[in-house]
Design a protein around this ligand. Structure first.
Ligand code: FES
Length: 580
């Protein structure tokens, strides 16, 4: 940690718009004054953009306008000038074909909203899965001082006295209906119990994972991740973050000061400890690509391999985010990593200090929620990175969500060419499949779907479910919801639509999964594989125009973060020419 605050006062970039007596300055100030702002607000104080991903169609972020008022209060108190700016909001539960296709579009749009407007720093008001990485990517590319405030998770869901986890129970109930263990009417009754307050998914799904990643990276104030959306302390956190960003601008504390390799290593280990989503792999790789940090899939395996999963939350465990907060939240986990020698203690955070100083006094109030290491859900909780002739550039699996007995498995491939093929045939009683088979799904990667949908945890065939079997090995180039579970190999790279070996797997091929040895092998000869690949021709649709075309043409592989190639890197925030 070598951060040295800049001197203050000094001229900020917003003064390029608002400073002085020129015609242009009068033009910029004058229009702003139609909102009733007094003249002295344009005197050189930090102008803070509250980049708000509120949208009625992003229900997980539906409360962020109220939260923005608390952020504004904090900015005013610290002597800043808050301006609330609506930004692209990609909802996980609404956007088609998949919100992931629009993460990069959002990041691109927001980057330019930051660069092209008179703001000196930003509060990134986020929540639903893709909103957190897209704003972090934008902030990293502009390198303007930025702080994350997440909307917080929903309260626990309950159905007939049992906890109901967002997403996790949607998959469970859906499988129970198919297996004949639950009626459709009961499923509908359960629907209302799943989302009983504002906020993001209440499991350790992707939203909670990314909130935890932001905190572990040092981009949010300590304790931010777990506070429930409706808890008054969430609003306090928003106000404190508003105060803090003003000082960050004065100090010129930028994302590039915080988002260092040690910070990413802290986040990777944290992901293992919390049993976090596999989506964090792609998002952290993409964020690192924006700040020029050399982060690879191998870092995920290296850093996460020996991290025990100690947070007992669904989908890997039993509880929900509300209990995680009451138990002490992420600071307890970071403290435990620090005590185990797994935290880069000096990593800088938005506080301006070292992460260890933020967490060293944290207390665990419930050892059934944040477990002692000897009672961990798994001793090897990190993301396993698999390689082999089926995934030359890697594939990932989340051991804490997988079945122990399937981590080493050899089985006959049952191949689905794409998601439509899967949907058309999975319930066919004549499908030649049993629980020893390996389900293979192609053409669901970044180019193939397009956008890399969360369909990797494909549901099991009803005839297998009726035997009481709840897990099978599944392999695809898709992603999986952070709320999902199972022995599911994801992000297989190169993807099928880019001509990866996954594209040429055939029904009846034997596949070997060996997680302890990080191996994923298609049991055919090298010559046979080469011949099949030589015969392969692309079959997926190529969009004719629009963003879908841009995405298709420029999206990179999951193994490097699935960013658009031309968006990688930090372009800074030059103020550019005035147009008047
Ligand atoms: Fe938005 Fe889970 S779907 S947070």
């Amino acid at each position: 940690m070598t951060f040295k605050p800049a001197t203050w006062p000094r001229k900020l970039r917003s003064q390029e718009w608002y400073g002085g007596t020129s015609r242009d300055a009068i033009y910029h100030r004058g229009w702003m004054k139609n909102q009733g702002y007094p003249h002295d607000l344009f005197d050189g104080r930090p102008v803070i953009g509250i980049l708000n991903t509120w949208s009625d169609l992003t229900p997980c972020n539906g409360h962020l306008r109220e939260l923005a008022e608390k952020v504004k209060a904090g900015i005013w108190e610290a002597g800043g000038f808050p301006v609330e700016v609506p930004v692209f909001s990609a909802s996980e539960n609404t956007f088609r074909p998949t919100a992931m296709m629009f993460r990069n579009l959002a990041a691109m749009a927001i980057e330019e909203q930051m660069r092209g407007q008179p703001i000196d720093g930003a509060v990134l008001l986020v929540g639903c899965d893709k909103t957190t990485p897209s704003l972090l990517m934008a902030a990293a590319s502009t390198d303007l001082p930025s702080i994350i405030v997440t909307g917080g998770p929903m309260l626990n869901g309950y159905f007939r006295g049992e906890r109901v986890g967002s997403g996790t129970h949607l998959w469970k109930f859906s499988e129970a209906v198919k297996a004949g263990e639950m009626t459709q009417a009961e499923f509908l009754e359960a629907e209302a119990s799943m989302s009983r307050s504002t906020g993001t998914c209440n499991t350790m799904g992707t939203a909670s994972t990314m909130a935890s990643m932001a905190e572990a990276l040092g981009m949010a104030l300590s304790g931010n991740a777990a506070i429930p959306a409706v808890d008054s302390r969430r609003r306090v956190m928003a106000q404190l973050s508003g105060r803090r960003i003003v000082q960050m601008v004065k100090d010129d504390l930028k994302p590039s000061d915080i988002l260092t390799k040690p910070a990413f290593e802290n986040a990777i280990r944290t992901n293992g400890a919390i049993g976090g989503s596999t989506n964090a792999v792609i998002h952290l790789l993409a964020i690192a690509g924006r700040v020029g940090v050399d982060l690879t899939l191998d870092d995920w395996d290296r850093c996460g391999r020996d991290v025990a999963t100690i947070v007992n939350l669904m989908p890997s465990g039993k509880y929900l985010m509300e209990e995680f907060f009451y138990a002490g939240g992420l600071p307890v986990v970071l403290k435990r990593l620090g005590e185990a020698g797994m935290l880069n203690r000096d990593a800088l955070t938005v506080s301006g200090g070292a992460i260890w100083d933020e967490v060293k006094d944290a207390v665990n109030w419930n050892e059934d929620v944040i477990l002692p290491v000897e009672k961990a859900l798994t001793q090897h909780g990190g993301i396993a990175v698999l390689r082999g002739n089926l995934a030359p550039k890697g594939a990932v699996l989340k051991p804490s969500a997988a079945s122990e007995h399937l981590l080493t498995h050899r089985g006959r491939a049952v191949v689905f060419e794409d998601i439509d093929d899967y949907k058309a045939r999975i319930e066919d009683e004549a499908l030649d499949i049993d629980e020893t088979c390996v389900m293979v799904l192609k053409n669901c990667g970044p180019k193939g779907y397009p956008g890399m949908a969360e369909v990797g945890n494909m549901g099991l065939p009803p005839k297998v479910l009726r035997k009481g079997i709840t897990d099978m090995v599944r392999i695809s180039d898709a992603r999986m919801s952070g709320t999902a579970y199972g022995t599911v190999v994801l992000h297989t790279s190169p993807e099928a639509a880019a001509g990866g070996p996954l594209a040429v797997v055939r029904d009846g091929d034997m596949i070997e999964l060996d997680v302890p040895n990080r191996r994923l092998h298609l049991d055919i000869t090298d010559a046979e594989l080469a011949a099949r690949l030589a015969d392969w021709t692309p079959g997926h649709e190529v969009p004719e125009g629009g963003y879908a075309w841009l995405h298709q043409a420029h999206v990179e592989g999951a193994d490097t973060g699935a960013d658009l190639g031309f968006l990688k890197g930090c372009r800074g925030a030059p103020v550019g020419k005035d147009s008047h």
